[in-house]
Design a protein around this ligand. Structure first.
Ligand code: C2E
Ligand code: MG
Ligand code: MG
Ligand code: MG
Length: 284
C-alpha cells in the first residue's frame, strides 16, 4: 500500500519519488472513487437536468431552453458539470449521461408543449465522445419516438472544438443527425479555430457566440469586434446567431444593436430546475 511504499522509498533515500508516487496513488484512488460515485449517481437518480431560458432579442420573448446536467450529490449538494464531465468523458460514462439527459429533456419538453406552452426548441449538449458511437442517430431517433417529441423541437449542440478535432467524421455525423429533422448548433463558437471553408459545409442552423467574447462587451474593443464579426459571419452563412453569457443590460443592448438573434445568460435567468421554470414562466 501507499504508506509502506513511502517507507520503502524513504529507506532507499528516494524521498522525492516516494512523495510523488504517494500523491499519484491518492489521485488514482480519488479518480476510481469518483467514477464509482458517478456510476452510482446515474443508477440511483442523483443526476438532474436544469433548463436555462433562451430569449429572442428582438422582443425579449422566451423561445426555448438549454438543458444542462447537474449532479445532486447527497453530501456535496449541487455539483456543476465542469467537476464531473471531464472524468465522465475519460471513462466513457459520458455516453450514458448524455443519452439520459437527452431522454429527460425530450420528455420534459413534450410535457411543456402538451401544456400549451409556445416553445420553439430545447437544446441538449452532445459530447464529442459520442461522435464515434455507432448507431448514435438511431439512438436519438429512438428517444424521439419514445418520448413523442417532434424532431424539429430538439436542438443538438456540438462544440466548435469537437467539430474541428475531426471535421470529416463530425460532418458525416451532423449530416445523419440532420436527416432526423433535429436542429444543430455550434457551441462555444470563436474558441475552436474553425476553418471557414469547413464551417460553410456543415449542415448547422445556429452559431452560439462563446461567452468569453460577450464578457467584455461593450467596452472591450476586441470583444466588440469579434462579436460583430461572428454575428455577421453567421448571418452571411444563413445561420441564426445566439450570444451566451449575457449578464448586463449593456451587453444586451450591444447585442441587440448589432442584430444578434437570440441570447441566454444570467441577466434573463440562471439554469433552473423544471419546477422553478414553471413557477417563473407560468403558462399564458
Ligand atoms: P455550455 O454548453 O457552453 O453551457 C453554458 C454554460 O454557461 C453553462 O454552465 C451555464 O450555466 C453557463 N452560463 C449561462 N449563462 C451564464 C452567464 O450569464 N454567465 C456565466 N458566467 N455563465 C453562464 P454549466 O451548466 O456549468 O455547464 C458547463 C458546460 O458543461 C456546458 O457549457 C457544456 O459544455 C457542458 N455540459 C453541461 N451539460 C451537459 C450535458 O448534459 N452533456 C454534455 N456533454 N455537456 C454538458
Ligand atoms: Mg451548450
Ligand atoms: Mg456554450
Ligand atoms: Mg461555453
Amino acid at each position: 500500500n501507499a504508506d509502506s511504499a513511502l517507507f520503502k522509498a524513504k529507506s532507499n533515500g528516494r524521498e522525492t519519488f516516494a512523495f510523488y508516487s504517494l500523491e499519484l496513488t491518492n489521485q488514482a484512488r480519488q479518480r476510481v472513487e469518483m467514477v464509482a460515485a458517478l456510476r452510482h449517481a446515474l443508477e440511483q437518480g442523483e443526476l438532474r437536468v436544469h433548463y436555462q431560458p433562451i430569449q429572442r432579442l428582438t422582443d425579449n420573448r422566451l423561445i426555448g431552453f438549454e438543458a444542462l446536467v447537474r449532479w445532486l450529490h447527497p453530501e456535496r449538494g449541487l455539483v456543476p458539470p465542469g467537476e464531473f464531465l471531464p472524468i465522465a468523458e475519460e471513462t466513457g460514462l459520458i455516453a450514458s449521461i448524455d443519452l439520459w439527459v437527452l431522454e429527460q429533456t425530450c420528455r420534459q419538453m413534450q410535457t411543456w408543449l402538451g401544456q400549451g406552452r409556445e416553445l420553439a426548441f430545447v437544446a441538449v449538449n452532445l459530447s464529442c465522445r459520442l461522435f464515434s458511437r455507432a448507431g448514435l442517430s438511431q439512438e436519438i431517433a429512438r428517444v424521439l419516438a419514445d418520448t413523442g417529441l417532434a424532431p424539429a423541437h430538439l436542438e443538438l449542440e456540438i462544440t466548435e472544438s469537437a467539430v474541428m478535432a475531426d471535421p470529416d467524421s463530425a460532418r458525416e455525423l451532423l449530416e445523419r443527425l440532420r436527416e432526423l429533422g433535429v436542429r444543430l448548433a455550434i457551441d462555444d463558437f470563436g474558441t475552436g479555430y474553425s476553418s471557414l471553408q469547413r464551417l460553410k459545409r456543415l449542415p448547422v442552423q445556429k452559431l452560439k457566440i462563446d461567452q468569453s467574447f460577450v464578457r467584455g462587451l461593450p467596452a472591450d474593443k476586441d470583444d466588440a469586434a469579434i462579436a460583430r464579426a461572428v454575428n455577421a459571419l453567421g448571418h452571411n452563412l444563413g445561420l441564426v446567431v445566439l450570444a451566451e453569457g449575457i449578464e448586463t443590460p449593456q451587453q444586451l443592448d450591444f447585442l441587440q444593436q448589432i442584430g444578434c438573434d437570440y441570447g441566454q445568460g444570467y441577466l434573463f435567468s440562471r439554469p433552473l430546475p423544471p419546477e422553478d421554470i414553471e413557477r417563473n414562466w407560468p403558462k399564458a
